[in-house]
Design a protein around this ligand. Structure first.
Ligand code: ATP
Ligand code: MG
Length: 401
């Protein structure tokens, strides 16, 4: 619900506010750029105004809903409110409160909550006076109604919020949660291994939420993979790019087939450990090439035999880059819920990942030396060759084609 004539989306951000003021400015600017890019990608022309501690999208009542839905998906946004702007005078604020109350309050109780954000006090009233005067104005105006609304400061049915800045004031009725986190681009990038499954896009999204741009990498498993995997991987990459179009990188599709065929020929119970290390070698080479500082995967402890805690350990060892596994402690149901929330889940989601390569009796607790011995001698060369033959695929173009 929003006030009649709501014309501004007020955006709050979190952790940015606790940084040094120089860094804070840089982060605010970055969030503003990212939000602008997301709005443009959705065909929304509105301008975003930046004031200390808040960003404001100046929009129209027609667009306010789509602007709100769009901005509350953007990493760094803690919450947003659909507000109506007015002058920062008692008379103007009271008028907007009354208009809003007439629409929003039916029979229940209400409260007015006011705060003066940002600048030092420049108004001839305090927040408390604003709340008292505002509440009284609402009661007076709505007296004629069948049920005169009553004030309940503890558990009101409706809360009328006022946020007063130096020149402008905003009236709104609720706060919609965003993802929180940090604006994409505030951290160094990572390579994200995307399999076409449910987990890996959620993992990639998680580091985006903490400010990292991602370089998506899909490893084509040759005869053990499939177009279905690749299509899903590209689809999920495209969805991820919508959270930060200005930080978009095309998907690197790496032909892993020759290497994987060799691995399948030469290994049995250790195959999954060797395969995952092969993938990490590929990811590391790409990270070096693009200047990424870590590798993100959708692995979770014990989700399958290739993801036992012991396996996570022997596979991590192959690279000096940090392996970031944001889902490591999540249950599948929790991951699915997140995938639905970020829009990367499909009901028809195929069983992607490396299932088709798995041996009948995979080792779940192999020692590092045994795994290293099992690797084809030229594994590093196989990884280099695969990366040298990688194709850059623009997911968006691919999906439209
Ligand atoms: P997902 O985790 O993607 O839903 P899954 O659980 O079937 O699929 P596994 O086969 O166990 O995944 O792979 C674990 C992780 O390894 C994936 O989360 C992904 O990060 C990475 N990975 C697996 N297969 C591929 C691939 N073909 N290309 C790129 N990365 C992959
Ligand atoms: Mg998985």
């Amino acid at each position: 619900m929003h006030p009649p004539g709501a014309d501004t989306v007020l955006i709050r951000y979190g952790e940015i506010g606790v940084k040094s003021s120089q860094l804070q400015q840089r982060l605010e600017q970055l969030l503003q750029q990212n939000l602008t890019s997301v709005l443009r990608a959705s065909g929304i022309p509105d301008v975003i105004r930046r004031e200390r501690t808040r960003l404001y999208v100046e929009t129209t009542p027609e667009r306010i809903q789509s602007v709100t839905e769009t901005v509350t998906q953007v990493p760094g946004v803690v919450s947003a409110s659909q507000a109506v702007r007015t002058d920062a005078t008692l008379a103007a604020i009271k008028a907007k409160l009354v208009e809003t109350a007439a629409e929003a309050i039916d029979t229940g109780t209400f409260a007015v909550r006011a705060r003066r954000a940002g600048e030092k006090a420049v108004h001839p009233f305090t927040s408390t006076e604003l709340e008292r005067n505002g509440g009284a104005a609402v009661i007076e105006a709505l007296q004629e109604q069948e049920h005169t609304p009553t004030v309940d400061l503890e558990q009101p049915d409706t809360t009328l919020f006022i946020e007063c800045r130096e020149d402008d004031a905003y009236v709104f009725l609720d706060k919609r949660a965003g993802p929180g986190g940090l604006p994409v681009g505030s951290q160094e990038p990572m390579v994200a291994l995307l399999s076409g499954g449910i987990d890996s896009p959620v993992a990639a999204w998680s580091v985006m939420k903490r400010g990292c741009p991602v370089y998506p990498v899909y490893i084509d498993l040759g005869e053990y993979g499939g177009v279905d995997h690749r299509t899903r991987a590209l689809e999920t990459a495209e969805r991820l790019s919508e959270f930060a179009p200005n930080w978009h990188h095309p998907v690197r599709v790496v032909p892993g087939g020759p290497g994987i065929t060799r691995i399948v020929e030469e290994t049995d119970s250790l195959r999954m450990a060797v395969l995952r290390r092969f993938m990490f070698r590929i990811a590391e080479l790409i990270a070096e090439d693009v200047g990424a500082v870590g590798i993100v995967t959708g692995e979770s402890i014990g989700q399958k035999s290739s993801q036992t805690s012991a396996m996570l350990s022997v596979t991590s060892e192959v690279t000096t880059l940090p392996l970031i596994r944001p889902l490591v402690t999540l249950d599948k149901t929790e991951i699915v819920d997140k995938a639905k929330a970020i829009g990367t889940y499909r009901d028809s989601t195929i069983s992607a990942g490396c299932n088709r390569v798995a041996p009948d009796r995979p080792a779940t607790k192999p020692s590092l030396s045994v795994v290293c011995d099992a690797e084809p001698d030229d594994i590093a060369e196989l990884a280099r060759e695969a990366v040298a033959n990688a194709r850059l695929v623009n997911a968006e173009e691919f999906m439209r084609a």
